[in-house]
Write a protein that binds this ligand. Structure first.
Ligand code: ZN
Ligand code: ZN
Length: 338
């Protein structure tokens, strides 16, 4: 079988290698679709702080079961499945308390260990979930990124509250949709890119605003006439966090979803004086993942037009070059294994 290997910055190779075996309690998968996300772009560029070359990339995937090991009874050969790619230890402080996404031995496929960019992939049964046949691979591949949105909405306690989501890329859009589906009173999303604002409007998000040339405080004023109850940062850029603290009212909940790659200078007194609650946010728990699978397969999530480009397995290099070149405007690039 063949697998994709990133072995130096911006270099994707395809190598012939031995097919993985399928041991007890494991499922052997034949990959159908993978999605490319910001993390994969970071890995491709060699800029992710948790990775090491060479690595087989990708963590968002849909597959058919090729074979099951003994002790596997929730799926059988031929089933369409999705993969929860955060491999946790199950024994550490965080895992024992239901925060498996904050596992001390955090291992995301395609970053800390080899990922789904292979024709065949073998994995422990705990991370494999059957998907209804009616759910297409193009929809099912969005379950993983949607789970990030579900977790952010849960962290921000969005239900019944006014939520501002900064950043309308795939994760921002999905976070805003998740907040609405989980019962937020109103949701405003903003971005500097008009394309992403338009996409947010098509997705049915209550208030979609272009934030170029103005502050988040001005955006929130237009949306709510005041400050929001919850602010979810899906940008992760140096200029954003100080603006969020500036905008926050008393006791606002702030959830940090965007990946900050460098330290940011903030006025901590703003957090202290206003009793702000700043929450970290990393991926999702299994519960969030199952909720995302339920909402996507039930057709409750707007997914049309999210896939902006499609490549085949042998086009790994072209696909990654495209994803890098179009990261500002692009929603989701996928690989179709054919
Ligand atoms: Zn992802
Ligand atoms: Zn753990």
């Amino acid at each position: 079988m063949k697998k994709i290997i990133f072995d130096s910055p911006q270099c994707a190779k395809i190598r012939e290698c031995e097919a993985p075996s399928c041991k007890a309690d494991e499922v052997l998968l034949r990959m159908e679709r993978i999605g490319v996300c910001g993390t994969d772009i970071q890995v491709f560029m060699g800029r992710n702080r948790y990775m090491r070359f060479p690595v087989t990339p990708f963590h968002e995937g849909v597959a058919r079961v090729a074979e099951t090991g003994s002790g596997v009874d929730h799926v059988k050969a031929g089933d369409r499945v999705t993969i929860r790619p955060i491999i946790n230890c199950g024994r550490c402080y965080a895992c024992e308390r239901g925060h498996e996404n904050a596992c001390e031995d955090f291992n995301c496929l395609g970053v800390q260990s080899d990922g789904l960019g292979a024709e065949l992939f073998s994995i422990d049964k705990r991370f494999v979930y059957p998907i209804a046949e009616e759910c297409s691979p193009d929809e099912a591949v969005l379950i993983e990124p949607f789970a990030v949105g579900v977790h952010a909405a849960v962290r921000g306690k969005a239900e019944g509250r006014r939520v501002l989501v900064a950043g309308a890329g795939t994760i921002g859009n999905f976070t805003a949709q998740a907040c609405m589906l989980l019962g937020a009173e109103s949701v405003c999303i903003c971005d500097l890119s008009e394309d992403k604002v338009e996409m947010a409007k098509r997705s049915g998000i209550s208030v979609c605003l272009n934030s170029s040339g103005r502050t988040l405080t001005e955006v929130a004023q237009e949306a709510f006439g005041t400050f929001p109850d919850v602010i979810i940062d899906c940008v992760g850029a140096k200029a954003v966090l100080p603006q969020i603290l500036e905008l926050a009212g008393k006791t606002t909940d702030i959830v940090i979803v965007g990946n900050y790659s460098e330290p940011v200078l903030i006025d901590v007194a703003t957090i202290q004086r206003n009793e702000l609650n700043v929450y970290g946010n990393i991926t999702y728990t299994e519960k969030d993942f199952l909720k995302a699978a339920e909402l996507i397969t039930a057709g409750k999530v707007y997914t049309q037009g999210f896939i902006s480009a499609r490549f085949s397995f042998d086009q790994a290099q072209e696909m990654m070059d495209f994803a890098v070149a179009n990261r500002g405007v692009n929603m989701k690039v996928v690989m179709d294994f054919g």
